[in-house]
Design a protein. Structure first.
Length: 360
């Protein structure tokens, strides 16, 4: 039973990652060793999310989706924090780029793929409109306050907030996310559970035993540790590679977000393929909300305590794509039923985002 829930690779990934990380910290910086560490970090991301999925399956929905989103966001916040600590002046825009990338990946990339995959197999898919509407309203508010409003304030030149504005936005972002999490898991969990999805989850497999869940919690911690410390060691190599390719600095934020969200994206796609679209939307929109609601307060506090610059405002091109994404998501997810058409629209917007990030 333990092997079923915790396959061998989920044990080996943090062990091998820790060994490679120790070698790099000891002063060995051979390119082959750094490449191996990079693969180990990716394996530890997968391992961490696998363990988070076990914990999530144990506690059930919608709390499970919230825990998985939180686990992924902890990884993202840790990566961004380590990169900022390594070079605060050169990474002042990294939190903005990473958060914007998460929103675009979640709202367009993940949602688009889920709707395409689910619609191709099941023609139409249904979900609870109340929960999705609440998530989109919260996401739109946080996105505009964090990524658009800095360009309109006059206390500091855009794209920067003044210290008072930054403190205010950090606090309200955290408060609004906590209120959303409270509503999702305590006050109105039925708004985030579709009856057919819940039955499919119960029929899918039995819940893990206490021992498997406890081991998942214990293995989650070293997996996250390897990701955080490994990212700090790999950051200079990643930045040099981006500069060597002549790519814009925003590509670093996209790379961080794609690595971190890959496992969660796979979980969302599996749910959509199994006709559990509600779970997919809980994961995708929840990850975007957690990214803003937890990342921004953390980096805002670091910025205020250390006097680091923090560029949050998007440029005109990015603001257009963000507003288009929010409007289209509100329309395409505004009826409680979806088809492949809505998925295709979201994927086109996501393709435009990727293309214009590499070729501004």
């Amino acid at each position: 039973m333990i092997r079923r829930w915790l396959p061998l690779w989920t044990w080996l990934a943090p062990l091998l990652g820790a060994a490679l990380l120790a070698a790099v910290l000891a002063g060995l910086h051979h390119p082959a060793l750094l490449a191996a560490l990079g693969l180990a970090v990716i394996a530890c991301v997968l391992s961490a999310v696998h363990h988070a999925e076990i914990i999530a399956h144990r506690v059930g929905q919608p709390l499970g989706s919230l825990l998985l989103a939180l686990a992924v966001t902890v990884i993202e916040v840790s990566l961004i924090t380590e990169l900022m600590l390594a070079n605060p002046q050169e990474t002042s825009a990294l939190p903005r780029d990473a958060v914007f990338a998460v929103v675009m990946i979640a709202v367009n990339g993940m949602v688009g793929l889920c709707l395409i995959l689910g619609g191709s197999r099941h023609r139409e898919q249904a979900f609870v409109l109340h929960g999705v509407s609440a998530a989109l309203a919260t996401l739109a508010t946080l996105s505009v306050l964090v990524l658009v409003l800095p360009n309109a304030t006059i206390s500091a030149p855009g794209p920067y907030y003044s210290s008072s504005h930054l403190a205010f936005v950090g606090v309200v972002s955290l408060v609004l996310y906590l209120v959303f999490a409270f509503v999702q898991t305590v006050r109105h969990p039925d708004h985030f559970m579709f009856a057919a999805d819940e039955g499919a989850d119960e029929a899918h497999s039995a819940k893990p035993a206490n021992l498997a869940t406890s081991l998942a919690v214990l293995l989650l911690l070293p997996s996250l540790g390897v990701v955080v410390l490994g990212a700090e060691e790999l950051a200079p190599s990643i930045e040099r590679g981006i500069h060597a390719m002549g790519a814009p600095p925003a590509v670093l934020g996209v790379i961080v977000s794609l690595i971190v969200m890959a496992p969660e994206s796979i979980a969302a796609l599996r749910a959509a393929f199994a006709d559990r679209l509600q779970t997919s939307l809980n994961l995708t929109l929840g990850s975007a909300l957690a990214s803003i609601g937890l990342t921004i307060p953390t980096v805002a506090a670091l910025s205020l305590l250390n006097g680091w610059p923090l560029a949050l405002g998007l440029d005109l091109r990015e603001m257009i794509l963000l507003l288009l994404s929010l409007i289209v998501a509100t329309l395409s997810l505004g009826t409680g039923r979806t088809t492949v058409l809505q998925g295709a629209v979201h994927l086109v917007i996501f393709a435009a985002y990727l293309f214009t990030t590499v070729v501004p």
